[in-house]
Design a protein around this ligand. Structure first.
Ligand SMILES: *Cc1c(COP(=O)(O)O)cnc(C)c1O
Length: 397
């Protein structure tokens, strides 16, 4: 063995093969690849003890600085942020309502445009909210041109409405501004799921600036934080209500004081019990890693990130030239380039399955399979991995 061979990594030592992730930072594929600076922060944080509420208070300041929100909380993912955000809207800072979740009377409904329903909204229902769909999106049935409209959400708000949930995609309807206007006109907060909407970096601020009361981001996607992290940011009292339902509340009531950044008028009646968010625990190492990653993400301009991804995408396309397939580099959503490959002699599904069965397993985005396309996302790829993918594809095609 040449002297320069690196020692086997942690996954090799555990006997678990690593994969080539050409699908993007999906949870089931281990998220993204963290920068060494983030990994070092995680390792360093594990060596000391710290009061978690003090650490989250500092996290709130740092998140506020980068998002323009009043406050922020590090969560165990965007789905956890949805759960905690929904809980906050159901309870406010009332410890009695917090203790009753997931069963709470009165304001316990969260409205959602019907076309925004998705399998992550289980997190909202887990908090105890009755999710109420509004409108009909006949544009997706090929039977019309319409989607839910802002006024329909406004008309659906009543005394049982705790919030409106909104999934922010480039094609989402109705426009967020309309939804916020209808909600705020009736004193109802809006929760925005923006889990994967970074880059562009400007989106750190865009939804907050539009008036969203709570915004959820994934920490393990483009931010590059530890895989099990996310961000909930927005209005101070709502983020505070989320924090109190996440924190460990095994405290002597006589010693408990509401954290200064959450306290205010009216005062909180007493020490809340362990809340519905307690199973969404976030460790000190996750908080430290996410904060370092967020600061890095905010310091590196989008162009720099995207240029690196585009170079890998174009390299992969170039290595496939002459192979029996159609290859195209697309600009992709939010500026993330993707390589689309359409095999000429085999079905896309066959090729995707064969890549996954190989050694190392190569995971591709299968979203284009019905149109006969494999989609390669470069955000988790290295140059040598692009070469391995090209070799395997050439052999398979
Ligand atoms: C990825 C994603 C989530 C879940 O994010 P986690 O950080 O994995 O919890 C929720 N909603 C949308 C739209 C997503 O893309």
């Amino acid at each position: 063995m040449p002297v320069s061979d690196p020692p086997p990594g942690i996954f090799a030592r555990l006997g678990v093969p690593t994969i080539i992730n050409a699908s993007g930072p999906a949870t089931r594929l281990g998220g993204g690849r963290a920068d060494p600076e983030v990994a070092a922060a995680v390792a360093e944080a594990m060596g000391d003890c710290v009061a978690i509420d003090t650490l989250q208070e500092r996290a709130s300041e740092i998140i506020a600085e980068h998002t323009g929100a009043e406050a922020g909380l590090v969560t165990s993912g965007a789905a956890a942020a949805l759960l905690l955000g929904a809980a906050a809207c159901l309870t406010g800072l009332d410890p009695d309502r917090m203790g009753r979740l997931p069963h709470v009377a009165g304001r316990n409904r969260i409205l959602i445009p019907r076309s925004h329903r998705n399998l992550y909204d289980h997190a909202i229902r887990t908090a105890g909210a009755d999710l109420v769909e509004v409108g009909i999106a006949d544009r997706f049935a090929g039977a019309g041109v319409r989607d839910t409209e802002g006024w329909e959400l406004g008309a659906a708000i009543d005394e049982r409405t705790a919030a409106i949930a909104y999934v922010a995609q480039p094609y989402s309807q109705p426009p967020l501004e309309q939804v916020i206007a209808e909600a705020h006109g009736r004193g109802v907060p809006v929760i925005v799921d923006a889990a994967g909407r970074l880059p562009p970096q400007a989106n750190l601020r865009a939804f907050v600036a539009a008036g969203a009361d709570l915004v959820c981001f994934s920490g393990g996607k483009a931010i590059g934080g530890p895989q099990g992290t996310g961000i909930l940011c927005g209005r101070r009292r709502l983020v505070g209500a989320a924090a109190l339902q996440l924190f460990d509340q095994d405290v002597l009531p006589e010693l408990w004081r509401p954290p200064a950044w959450i306290a205010g008028e009216p005062p909180i009646a007493g020490a809340p019990h362990h809340g519905i968010g307690r199973p969404c625990k976030v460790g000190k190492e996750q908080i430290a890693g996410l904060l370092v990653a967020l600061q890095r993400f905010a310091a590196i301009p989008d162009d720099e990130r995207i240029t690196g991804w585009r170079r890998i995408a174009e390299r992969l396309a170039e290595l496939l030239s002459g192979a029996p397939c159609e290859v195209r580099v697309n600009d992709g959503r939010d500026g993330v380039p993707t390589v689309e490959v359409r095999p000429e002699r085999r079905s896309a599904l066959e090729v995707i399955a064969a890549l996954q069965r190989g050694d190392p397993a190569i995971y591709v985005n299968a979203g284009g399979v019905r149109e006969g396309a494999l989609r390669f996302n470069p955000t988790c790829l290295s140059d040598p991995e692009a070469a391995v993918i090209a070799d395997r594809l050439r052999a398979l095609l």
